[in-house]
Design a protein. Structure first.
Length: 256
């Protein structure tokens, strides 16, 4: 399996603001974690940064997915539990801690297994040229239904709301999972929502155009996203004009 990784921080001119997206490949597994950029009051019980959580969860999940006997949800639950244990003794996680969206894929037994939790996306390029986007819509549905940030936050990992990786291991059971024969795939793209903004917020491309841009010139795509974000709000009044943008392109999936 061959991988191309590209990541761009939302505010590279600000060294105090780390990139909260993390991605990696280990063996036959690949992971992309997008740390949730939410106000500090919603993670007041934890002294650790969102970037720390994203890095640590990425490492633990990649290791967990080396156990081919465990399915992706089991691996994610294991990783969430291990990260929670690392800081449960020093942080009051019930008062709120950092969280993240999760993408994971793994090649096993002639299949590409995939997992999506929260609002990042997996794009499958099928052998017949069709593009299939796998996204978890529950975050957006919750935000549309409840504009009040306090209400939205109360529905994080709660009934009637949306699920993310945080300290609750049971969230892993709510991840979207599936599997596709490797023979039906050309390549796979793991993208944070800073990349899918090109489709959902900015209207620069559709899903097919997004996959083509990721395949041919992803740097140019990220440049277009940044330019379009500024044009959308030239006065820079919004709380988050830019978002961390990370993509991981996987090819040669049937290679050892």
């Amino acid at each position: 399996m061959r991988a191309r990784l590209l990541t761009r921080a939302a505010a590279p001119e600000d060294p105090e603001r780390p990139n909260e997206d993390v991605a990696g490949v280990l063996g036959a597994a690949a992971v992309l974690i997008d740390g949730a950029g939410m106000p500090a009051r919603f993670r007041a019980g934890c002294s650790h940064s969102v970037a720390w959580y994203a890095r640590t969860l990425t490492a633990r999940l990649l290791l967990a997915l080396q156990d081919e006997g465990a399915d992706l949800r089991v691996g994610l639950a294991r990783a969430i539990g291990e990260v929670a244990a690392l800081h449960a003794g020093t942080c009051d996680l019930d008062r709120g801690g950092p969280s993240a969206t999760v993408l994971a894929v793994r090649v096993r037994a002639g299949l590409l297994e995939h997992l999506v939790l929260a609002d990042s996306s997996v794009l499958l390029e099928h052998a017949d040229g069709t593009i299939e986007r796998i996204s978890d819509e529950r975050v957006e549905e919750t935000v549309r239904a409840h504009r009040d940030p306090e209400v939205v936050e109360s529905l994080r990992n709660a009934p009637g709301g949306f699920r993310v990786a945080r300290h609750e291991v049971e969230a892993a059971a709510e991840a979207l999972v599936g599997a596709v024969p490797l023979a039906d795939l050309r390549r796979v793209h793991l993208v944070s929502d800073g990349v899918t903004r090109a489709v959902d917020l900015l209207g620069l491309v559709d899903d097919g155009g997004l996959a083509a841009a990721l395949r041919t010139d992803p740097e140019a795509l990220l440049d277009r996203i940044r330019e379009a974000e500024l044009a959308l709000d030239p006065a820079r009044r919004q709380w988050k004009i830019h978002d961390d943008a990370t993509l991981l392109v996987l090819e040669g999936l049937d290679e050892a």
